[in-house]
Write a protein that binds this ligand. Structure first.
Ligand code: ADP
Ligand code: MG
Ligand code: ZN
Length: 497
């Protein structure tokens, strides 16, 4: 495969992103079924979401409200009147034989949102539309090596997800970023996540599929100038992490460039992303437009939000992520880099809550970005899913600030909290982790160390202060790390100088 640099030398990439967001409503889009993730398969279904004859859909008002709020946050116009349509096709995970979706009448359209890149540069991404639809069920192909249908012995289908409300956000073709296209794709999805999280409309967990991204990529030869038409695109489906979005776009740029340079042409098709090998493989061809026989859904009333309602929703939008970030950075005294790292680690809310519980911003940042990020990585979980709360982190820092535990003991306290042994206070008590601050006990330990290491003690007496490190180490060892090293040093020097 040719290098990215070589690909970019010959071609200008154009991207387009389609993001599906599963809304966090308590019930499904058109029925009252629950939407809990990970429930027993087919336990959250009813005649409506199973598409049984005679069942009728009823629209979920909370889902419509979320869709409008998403549209507003993306600077879109909101339709005064729009409908759902039936998108007809057969697939085993779609029991109704059609998907209820918006087609040519989306609830929100013509927006734009400003994405800030890692280097601080801002890129404006134009939004084509954000429309409502319902999710499909989930197929599980069993018996093969890949989990795909080819080579499987049988398939299972779980309809719990069928009918969960989705909003699909579609960008216009993004032309400006050129060589930065992969980075912009990633930054845009990260930006959307932050925005959706602030709106509180979804838990936006890419690994659980509540945020899914399809990445469209095409190339234009540099020799063709800026007025040439766009090239043929491919659509890489369901890229399920931020890192993968960037990698998939980068790979697709190289693959298409190599193909075009060899005199070939790009096929209009969907492609699958393979996380392990970092390549895409062909999916379904889109050369022949599928005929979905769209028509307006006759069983649902049109959606006609009143201007008053839309105005009210606009006025009650949360602070935009960019402004919020700037405000918090100023409030906390964070540098641009510290803020970027905090956001990048997915720790902004956690640091904010920890500060609200009384920790200093710098100590909150340190805990979440260093020790806790390391543990989350080791466990393979999201930072927010570690079994420790911001309240507990603040409490732990309180113990450090009060001199009751040192840094090393604090990490042991954290071990206990993560192991479910209770609050930091509780762990300190149960594990006996408090530092020895009683000078009597400390002095006894110091004297013992001096007696055990007379040669070292002699050096310190002769003025070689640096040698006192060995004595301090011996005291700390005796007290199993449960002492304030600075205080021990003071006592050693008091005794010997
Ligand atoms: P589909 O139904 O085929 O997925 P959509 O209109 O939903 O089509 O989405 C197509 C996406 O691809 C949009 O984000 C659009 O901006 C983008 N796109 C369209 N043409 C190109 C192109 N030539 N190169 C890159 N992206 C494109
Ligand atoms: Mg699409
Ligand atoms: Zn149902």
């Amino acid at each position: 495969m040719i290098s990215y640099v070589e690909a970019i030398e010959h071609f200008e990439p154009v991207i387009g992103l389609e993001v599906h967001v599963e809304l966090g409503t308590a019930s499904k889009m058109f029925c009252g079924c629950a939407t809990t993730f990970g429930a027993e398969p087919n336990s959250q279904v009813c005649p409506t979401c199973l598409g049984l004859p005679g069942s009728l859909p009823v629209m979920n008002g909370a889902a419509v409200e979320s869709a409008i709020r998403i549209g507003l946050a993306l600077g879109c116009d909101i339709a005064g009147w729009c409908r759902f349509a039936r998108k007809n096709y057969f697939y085993p995970d779609m029991p109704k034989n059609f998907q209820t979706s918006q087609y040519d009448e989306p609830i929100a359209f013509e927006g734009a949102t400003d994405v800030v890149l890692a280097d601080g540069e801002t890129v404006r991404i134009e939004i084509e539309r954000a429309h409502m639809e319902e999710d499909t069920g989930k197929s599980l192909h069993v018996g093969g090596a890949t989990g795909r249908i080819h080579g499987a012995s049988h398939s299972l289908v779980d309809y719990n997800r069928a009918g969960i409300p989705l909003v699909e956000i579609v960008t216009k073709p993004v032309i400006g970023p050129d060589a930065q296209a992969p980075e912009v794709a990633r930054a845009y999805v990260a930006h959307l996540r932050e925005l959706l999280l602030a709106l509180g409309v979804s838990d936006v967990r890419m690994e659980q599929g509540s945020l899914r991204c399809d990445a469209n990529v095409s190339l234009r030869p540099r020799s063709g100038g800026p007025d040439q038409p766009l090239g043929t695109r491919t659509e890489t489906k369901n890229v399920n992490s931020l890192r993968s979005v960037e990698r998939a776009v980068r790979h697709e740029i190289c693959r298409q460039a190599e193909l075009l340079l060899a005199g070939g042409s790009v096929t209009l098709e969907t492609r699958h992303w393979h996380e392990d090998t970092g390549v895409t493989t062909p999916g379904r061809s889109k050369e022949q437009a599928e005929d979905y026989r769209y028509f307006p859904e006759p069983d649902l009333v049109p959606v006609a939000p009143s201007p008053q309602w839309v105005d009210h929703l606009r006025q009650t939008l949360p602070e935009p992520p960019g402004e919020r970030r700037a405000r918090l950075a100023a409030q906390w005294g964070f540098s641009e880099l510290e803020m970027r790292d905090t956001v990048g680690a997915g720790a902004l809310e956690l640091v904010e809550s920890t500060v609200a519980c009384g920790a200093s911003p710098q100590s909150a940042r340190k805990w979440w970005l260093a020790e806790l990020s390391r543990r989350a990585r080791a466990e393979g979980v999201e930072l927010a899913d570690l079994p420790v709360s911001p309240q507990q982190v603040a409490e732990l820092q309180g113990l450090v600030d009060g001199g009751r535990v040192n840094d090393q003991l604090a990490r042991q306290v954290l071990d206990g909290v993560l192991a479910g042994e209770g609050s930091p206070e509780q762990v300190v008590t149960d594990r006996g982790l408090e530092v020895v601050s009683d000078d009597g006990a400390l002095t006894a330990a110091v004297d013992q160390a001096i007696a055990d290491h007379p040669d070292v003690a002699a050096k310190v007496r002769d003025g070689k202060i640096a040698a006192s490190g060995a004595l301090i180490g011996a005291v700390m060892k005796q007290l199993r790390g449960q002492a304030d090293a600075a205080r021990v040093r003071e006592l050693v020097l008091q005794r010997l100088t």
